[in-house]
Design a protein around this ligand. Sequence first.
Ligand SMILES: [Zn+2]
Length: 91
Amino acid sequence: MNVWMADEVTVVARRLIEPGEEICGDYAVWESTPSYIVDPCQCGSALCRRRFSGDDWKREDLQARYKDHFLPYLNRRIAREQEATGQESTD
Ligand SMILES: [Zn+2]
């Protein structure tokens, strides 16, 4: 995945994107409708989960990978849940 969110409306590159390279983002950073399912995903990423659901933003591995680059309301929900469960920030 080479893009993620900078704020509620801005998609930014998370690394250099080569000319002609496909722009590809993980739905987890902007989708939170639990019934939203993509199966099978055909993005071709080595990190692809093959199946996406609107609950994927709740996964701790993805919260660590995309820290602070979800949509802002999801960043806030993640921070609240981590506070409630006493999880350490990964800063
Ligand atoms: Zn995929």
